[in-house]
Design a protein around this ligand. Structure first.
Ligand code: IFG
Length: 480
């Protein structure tokens, strides 16, 4: 296990002189049917091996064992000449041990067709666990809509790097993207367009259930966001009753922000919010509902506080925990809420300071480090630059513990991809790879175990894997 190219880098690697060769007669024995099946399906195309998965086997090549001890998402991986064993307290740990194992095999294992072996795994022991429990990526499906298949592919890609949360930005000025049965016009009318005017779309609740199930099988929790009270033109356009004068604004297909607001003094607004949150909560098994709260520039500070004081308890009453952009900081605090910080240095941020003063837990999304819609350089054909350029090194070379002023309870890190300028799956790939694996390592690996020089050498070895998997990544010269 010398010079391994695993990303995120494991907490502890103890190389040995042994090695294991996976052969055609190999069998997998697994305490977890789902992780066993995942591993077999990941190995079969490139090896061409049958790789039966069995609950009991006299001499399995690979064994996935659930044991009654160890850290929540941690695992131990031991590779010896006569076999490989992954041990974990939970299935998620087995899944993460499998991701590491796949990265210990030659990169050709990621091919969709049979490749030549030998399939050698270097020997040794890895003991690993994550630094942060919330390791997320966000996909904005509101500015440009992306169908289920694109979202499932995004989940496949991020789960290989032990990312365990997918935040879906489901509503904004340009589009409403989740069907709400009690307000059918929301998606039908509010989802009819997108940035630029052509196209649009939305998820039926069955589509959303497919996304949730695919994510769960890869130990990814879905966090739905209904952005309020700002970023609401699509809802206002779709529902005349939400507008104070009953006259809906036109559909918006531009890229400005901050101009829309729900009518805070109108009772229909709270009936709308209650119905929407109830339906979204009912189809979301995860613990969190994201209620947005950013850029409510057309909502007075008092109205914003009034709105949030009424809406946050609705989330709690649904048995969920509030996540909101850190502008929520000054409002009445809801127990357990998470403020998602998206500031960029060096602005002193009153809302963040208020969130910290209230004891909010913090989800870090520093825009000048992890906003995947930022260009890499001035030459990047799509993306923004308001938070600066973000190369893979910029995304990697920082310490979450020293980012914010003063002590705070950091739940983890999330890399948002806003899609004003992102229209295709190839655009998603270009901005996401290689920077999301960099953020994944910041969120998973011990600070002391990681450094840019070592990371870039390891990450460069992932280029061939992405090519084999059809990921149209950016060949960032700071990496390759
Ligand atoms: N800020 C807005 C997003 C998006 C983004 C693009 C947040 C929380 C700029 N809000 O980021 O809607 O427009 O970089």
């Amino acid at each position: 296990m010398n010079d391994i190219t695993v990303v995120p880098v494991p907490a502890l690697v103890e190389p040995s002189n042994a090695a294991y060769e996976l052969r055609a007669d190999a069998a997998i024995r697994s305490d977890s049917a789902s992780v066993g099946a995942y591993l077999a399906e990941a190995l079969r195309p490139a090896t061409g091996f049958a790789l039966p998965v069995e609950a009991a086997h006299p001499r399995p090549a690979i064994e996935l064992r659930l044991v009654g001890h160890g850290p929540d998402e941690g695992y131990e991986l031991v590779v010896e000449a006569d076999g490989i064993v992954v041990r974990a307290r939970r299935e998620a740990g087995l899944f993460y041990g499998v991701q590491t194992l796949l990265q210990l095999l030659p990169s050709t294992v990621d091919a969709a067709t049979v490749q030549d072996g030998p399939w050698i795994v270097p020997g040794g022991r890895i003991a690993d666990e994550p630094r942060f429990s919330y390791r997320g990526a966000m996909l904005d499906v509101a500015r440009h809509f992306f169908g289920v298949e694109v979202v499932l592919r995004f989940i496949d890609a991020l789960s290989r790097y032990k990312i365990n949360v997918l935040h879906l930005h489901l509503s904004d000025d340009q589009g409403w993207r989740i069907a709400i049965e009690s307000w059918p016009q929301l998606a039908r009318v509010g989802g009819a367009t997108q940035v630029g005017g052509a196209g649009g779309g939305w998820f039926s609740q069955a589509d959303y259930a497919r996304i949730v199930a695919h994510a769960a099988a890869r130990h990814v929790t879905v966090v739905p966001e209904i952005d309020m009270p700002g970023h609401t033109n699509a809802a206002l356009h779709a529902c005349p009753a939400l507008n104070d004068d009953g006259v809906p604004p036109a559909a918006y297909t531009g890229v400005e922000v901050g101009f829309s607001t729900l009518a805070v003094g109108r009772e229909e607004t709270y009936a709308f919010v209650r119905d929407v949150l109830a339906e979204v909560a009912a189809i979301t098994p995860g613990p969190w509902l994201h209620i947005g709260g950013d850029e409510a520039q057309n909502t007075s500070a008092q109205d914003y506080r009034t709105f949030m004081a009424r809406v946050q308890p609705m989330v709690t009453a649904l048995g969920k925990t509030v996540i909101a952009w850190h502008q929520i900081g000054p409002t009445e605090r809801e127990p357990g809420r998470i403020a998602q910080y998206w500031g960029a240095k060096p602005e002193p941020d009153e809302d963040l300071l208020a969130a910290l003063a209230q004891g909010d837990r913090i989800l870090l999304s520093p825009a000048d480090r992890v906003y995947l819609d930022m260009r890499y350089t001035a030459e990047t054909p799509i993306g923004h630059d308001w938070a600066g350029y973000i190369t893979t090194q910029t995304a990697y070379d920082w310490d979450p513990d020293t980012l914010l002023p003063g002590p705070c309870d950091i739940v983890g890190i999330e890399a948002p991809l806003w899609t004003e300028s992102v229209a295709t799956a190839a655009d998603i790939d270009l901005l996401t790879f290689p920077r999301l694996p960099a953020v994944a390592e910041v969120a998973w690996s011990p600070q002391a175990a990681r450094d840019w020089a070592g990371f870039r050498a390891r990450l460069a070895a992932h280029g061939p894997r992405w090519t084999l998997r059809g990921v149209a990544f950016h060949p960032d010269p700071t990496v390759f």
